[in-house]
Design a protein. Structure first.
Length: 229
């Protein structure tokens, strides 16, 4: 995995330079990419999203927002309606970052609380909530929403594919057969139930979604998307 991570990091750095040139935005997104890679691999390998990345990353996102704002527009509208345009530009950028952090983290926290209330068990770690606070500080409210949308969509598609592959390949067949002999259920039903319990790390897919947002909605491809300016 190590050489693949190094290769991916190098390619993303080159893509960042090609997308943003030698600008302050490049420095911001390079730092963001580094943290996203660490989070994605950590969640993939050990199912952990370290506070040592999320905490400083959140602070860095707020600082960068003062110089390279997320450009979301939500804070600008609030500034005009509530403060009549009195907030300086740097404060509007920080407000955009705070709105993104609050929206992303609270949305995931609410989804986790709802899942636990309905299913009676934890469906998401609090690390994902902290990660979205960091991501939202860099990307703003709209970017935070798109990250969650893309991440959960990709995760759901791949997760369903993995479950089907595990079922078709006969994964845990012997376990299901032993359980079936004890009268718990039919073998195929048990196999599907076991395969459907396989969990993929949400943080890894949120990381992929965040990278897509950076390069598609903040890079040159933004000009090709009507109505997204």
């Amino acid at each position: 995995m190590y050489p693949l991570v190094e290769l991916a990091t190098g390619l993303l750095f080159v893509a960042c330079y090609l997308s943003f040139g030698l600008t302050a935005a490049t420095i911001k997104w390079l730092l963001f990419i580094c943290m996203i890679i660490v989070l994605a691999i950590a969640d993939l390998r050990v199912r952990m999203l370290p506070d040592a990345v999320n905490g400083p990353g959140f602070v860095a996102g707020l600082i960068f927002a003062a110089f390279v704002p997320p450009g979301d527009g939500a804070a600008m509208r609030l500034n005009l309606r509530l403060f009549h345009g009195a907030l300086p530009e740097w404060a509007v950028g920080v407000l955009d970052a705070l709105l993104g952090a609050a929206f992303g983290s609270l949305l995931l926290w609410g989804a986790a609380a709802l899942y636990k209330a309905v299913r009676g068990k934890e469906g998401m770690g609090f690390g994902d909530v902290k990660m979205m606070a960091m991501v939202g500080a860099f990307l703003g409210l709209r970017g935070s929403f798109l990250t969650i949308l893309l991440g959960t969509l990709l995760g759901s598609m791949l997760g369903l594919t993995v479950i089907v592959v595990l079922y078709v390949s006969g994964w845990k067949r012997r376990v299901a057969e032993r359980a079936s002999r004890r009268g718990l259920a039919k073998v195929n039903a048990l196999r599907w139930a076991i395969a459907s319990q396989y969990q993929l790390p949400l943080g890894t897919f949120l990381a992929v979604g965040a990278l897509l947002v950076v390069f598609v909605f903040h890079g040159p491809m933004m000009d090709l998307l009507p109505g997204m300016h």
